[in-house]
Design a protein around this ligand. Structure first.
Ligand code: AMP
Length: 177
């Protein structure tokens, strides 16, 4: 949606030279932008049988938690390794340089759950794929993942669809990296 897109700020060369960082803090700061963003997801997922919303640390929490509240379901934080205090399930994934691990509390998901997964942005899809695998490992169905921004040139959304059969819904797209 063009209003949401217009409120996202682009910071060139952050965190490294050549990256166009799509900064949602300007969108979150804007009451109309924030309401439109959360409202778009609420409209899309109301009445769809979603049993929980999961969000990826840290920006996935910002949109995932208010969405869960509005849908009347619980929220699951998916966190970086070592942050969750109870028994966890882990998934490793590749970064541009090296590897990372995300974790989820084992007792937060039950077979039969229909979980909506949220993050701010999908680029290569590495983080999202690892998060979907975590939820599926615990027996959940992930009917769709929702993001504010898709970077289609990096192919993440296509990969999620092809490799895992999960649809990606995005509010707006930006060309390039
Ligand atoms: P990926 O695993 O490649 O899909 O990367 C997704 C994660 O990296 C998301 O959690 C984003 O917050 C962050 N990210 C990747 N590229 C950008 C970008 N150009 N601007 C802002 N955040 C980004």
């Amino acid at each position: 949606m063009s209003i949401v897109k217009s409120k996202i700020r682009t910071i060139p060369d952050y965190p490294r030279k050549g990256i166009l960082f799509r900064d949602i803090t300007s969108l979150l700061l804007d009451p109309e932008g924030l309401a439109l963003t959360i409202g778009t997801f609420v409209d899309r997922y109301t009445g769809k049988g979603i049993t929980k919303v999961a969000g990826i640390e840290a920006r996935g929490f910002i949109i995932g938690a208010p969405l869960a509240f509005q849908l009347g379901v619980g929220f699951i934080p998916i966190r970086k390794k070592g942050k969750l205090p109870s028994e966890t399930v882990s998934q490793e994934y590749d970064l541009e340089y090296g590897k990372d691990v995300i974790e989820i509390h084992k007792d937060s998901v039950f077979p039969g759950d229909r979980i909506l997964l949220m993050d701010d942005l999908i680029a290569t899809g590495g983080t999202m794929i690892a998060a979907v695998q975590l939820l599926q490992k615990l027996g959940a169905e992930v009917p769709e993942v929702g993001v504010i921004i898709d970077l289609p040139d990096l192919g993440g959304a296509t990969k999620l669809n092809k490799d895992l059969g999960v649809n990606v819904f995005s509010i707006c797209e930006f060309e390039g990296h």
